[in-house]
Design a protein around this ligand. Structure first.
Ligand code: NAP
Length: 253
């Protein structure tokens, strides 16, 4: 028996149409998971599916996670037909903005995209976990080291990730009696469409600086995916309420 296997596990991944979510889908498919991939862009989801192994075992769900009603309609039949074993909440957006430009609309936008979306889908995904379930459900939130340490212009983004981290601990305590484990992964800088689009990513000097801040260099998407596989698997059956910091040493200094 391989405790890290995801064979026969039904795993939901949000943000699966891009970056870390896409890579996580591909890596989880290699471990035998049956995947439910959520994103807003169907052609990008199809691209993810094309990169996965065992394509016939996976389902694509095109939905805006802020559309609570549509999400409910989607999960109603899914929860009747499937027992889910895990959810990874990758969907989110980033923002670099000086404090003086912070506005109600920016606060709303970031809190909606990074917190409300994850709460909406998590509530629905854990419904298939009955009190009597003999198997565990692994709920994973994706934070950021910006929820732990500071950086200029990251006030709003940091607040969303810090709030998630605080919530994860209480949720872990609340849901443990139902055998639902709740954990967070806080990545440092990993190259994805999100980070490539940041203004500093086009500036070699800024990128050299960023690299230096990570003693092991910046990360690759697999560095996050492999940690997800661990937390989703039975190998992590005693792990809940934790924050796994994956940052090449950024916060060690
Ligand atoms: N990359 C990094 O260095 C890094 C570091 C720390 C933390 N993170 C966190 O990791 C997560 C993934 O980041 P990434 O770099 O992979 O970003 P990305 O490539 O921009 O992907 C973001 C994903 O979120 C989805 N999404 C956003 N809003 C959504 C909504 N309302 N409904 C449904 N899907 C939505 C997007 O879906 P569509 O494309 O279909 O719209 C996309 O698949 C984010 O939470 C980010 O904060 C990333």
């Amino acid at each position: 028996m391989n405790p890290f296997s995801l064979v026969n596990k039904n795993i939901i991944i949000t943000g699966a149409s891009s970056g870390l979510g896409r890579n996580c889908a591909v890596e989880c498919s290699k471990q035998g998971a049956n995947l439910f991939l959520i994103g807003r862009n169907m052609s990008a989801l199809v691209q993810t599916l094309n990169e996965c192994l065992n394509q016939e075992n996976h389902q694509l769900i095109c939905c805006d996670l802020l559309d609570t009603e549509k999400l409910k309609q989607i999960f109603l039949p899914l929860n009747e037909k499937f027992h889910f074993h895990g959810l990874v909440n990758f969907a989110g957006i980033s923002l670099t903005l000086p404090f003086r430009n912070t506005s109600d609309s920016k606060l709303n936008e970031l809190f909606q995209a990074n917190i409300y979306s994850a709460v909406n889908v998590s509530k629905l995904a854990i419904k298939s976990q009955k009190d009597s379930s003999s198997t565990q459900f692994s709920l994973i939130f994706i934070g950021s080291i910006m929820g732990l340490v500071g950086e200029s212009g990251k006030f709003v983004y940091s607040m969303t990730k810090g709030a998630l981290l605080a919530g994860v601990k209480s949720l872990a305590v609340e849901l443990a009696p139902k055998q639902i484990r709740v954990n967070m992964i806080s990545p440092g800088w990993v190259q994805t469409p999100m980070t490539e689009n940041q203004y500093y990513a086009k500036n070699q000097e800024a990128m050299d600086e960023l690299n230096k801040k990570h003693p092991l260099g910046v990360g690759k998407p697999e560095d996050i995916s492999w940690a997800c596989i661990y937390l989703l698997s039975d190998a992590a059956r005693w792990v809940t309420g934790t924050n796994l910091i994956l940052d090449g040493g950024y916060t060690a200094k």
